[in-house]
Design a protein around this ligand. Sequence first.
Ligand SMILES: Cc1cc2nc3c(=O)[nH]c(=O)nc-3n(C[C@H](O)[C@H](O)[C@H](O)COP(=O)(O)O)c2cc1C
Length: 150
Amino acid sequence: MTVFGGGTPQGEEAEAWAAARAAFARFDAADRILFSVPMWNSGVPYVLKQFVDVVTQPGWVFGVDPVTGYQHLLRGRGKGAAVIYTSAVWGPGLGPEFGADFQAPFFTGRLGWTGIDDVTEIRFHPTLPGDAGETGRIAAEAARDTAKTF
Ligand SMILES: Cc1cc2nc3c(=O)[nH]c(=O)nc-3n(C[C@H](O)[C@H](O)[C@H](O)COP(=O)(O)O)c2cc1C
């Protein structure tokens, strides 16, 4: 928020900012990015949420204009992402008694917001009564197909 407010981080803040910059640089160096995202308590694992919070910084991932709003700085950079979404209980088409989905809506939403709009999803949601073997075979095939052109 120091940088967001137009300031320059000092001392410990400067060290934290440099570490965040290094994490962003590694992310930004990749043209193709693969994310493996298990559902944790309807959302994503906290380490992934932390990664989003670290790299999503003004001037790196987004710009903001008080009148026109956000700019998405990774747009048009030729970047693509593949995301593997998995869960064990929840699955598309199941009712709320099997949980809710804040996993893909959050993460695909955040990816799109960076400006990376070439995103492929691979899904493995065996569900409790489902056939994990067959569902897994279909997911692995989808992963192989995606890899051919990724
Ligand atoms: C902390 C934690 C929370 C989880 N929460 C959910 C959940 O809310 N819904 C669900 O369907 N599966 C949930 N799971 C199951 C994982 O989504 C499942 O194990 C994962 O997708 C498969 O990856 P794995 O082989 O690495 O475990 C949870 C697992 C863990 C460890």
